[in-house]
Write a protein that binds this ligand. Structure first.
Ligand code: FAD
Length: 156
């Protein structure tokens, strides 16, 4: 998974193993997710070096297909580098919640509690270390539990 021979990716592309589920109008194959799953599993099982095109195939490509302009979608190119930056999208809470100097929402005592009682923060907006789907889901669960406790305390 960690090696990335360009020739392997080119051969996968020629065999139709990249963009399997994408529309044919954007260079894809319009195959099912099940078919892609089978190909992926077979490749992983033999330790194929899929790393170089992995993100493009499943994340950047689908994002461009869904959100980019048609001009961008049709642009032939050898690769795409997406940079979304590292500034958390917390402008909305500026001057409302306590933010740190990098604009992440501050949470209190390893909980999801913020500077306002009853407002809880989770996921990437309060995490400048891990920023992963699984950690966001974990802190989302923490926030749900903290919110439940808060609501119970109001009822008591
Ligand atoms: C290209 C890329 C690849 C990644 N790959 C991986 C990976 O392989 N594995 C992994 O674990 N993590 C990966 N991540 C990180 C992962 O996607 C994030 O950590 C995770 O999505 C954070 O979840 P979240 O709910 O905190 O934020 P988000 O998923 O960003 O959700 C925030 C939501 O809030 C909405 N929103 C924003 N502003 C407003 C507003 N004002 N009003 C209402 N709604 C609003 C947004 O539209 C969005 O739906 C990747 C991220 C990127 C960008």
């Amino acid at each position: 998974m960690t090696t990335h021979p360009p020739d392997f990716s080119r051969r996968c592309g020629r065999a139709g193993f990249i963009g399997m589920t994408w529309p044919t109008s954007y260079g894809g194959q319009e195959r099912s997710f099940l078919e892609r799953f089978v190909v992926t599993e077979e490749m992983l099982a033999v330790g194929a070096p899929v790393w170089a095109h992995w993100v493009a195939d499943r994340q950047s490509g689908p994002v461009l297909i869904r959100y980019a302009t048609d001009e961008v979608r049709q642009e032939p190119c050898d690769g795409v580098f997406l940079a979304i930056g590292h500034v958390p999208n917390t402008e909305l809470f500026d001057a409302v919640l306590d933010l740190d100097d990098q604009k992440y929402i501050r949470t209190v005592d390893a909980s999801s509690r913020t500077s306002i009682a009853g407002v809880f923060a989770c996921g990437d907006v309060q995490d400048h270390v891990y920023r992963q789907a699984i950690t966001a889901a974990g802190t989302g669960c923490m926030a749900a539990m903290d919110a439940e406790k808060y609501l119970e305390s109001l009822a008591a």
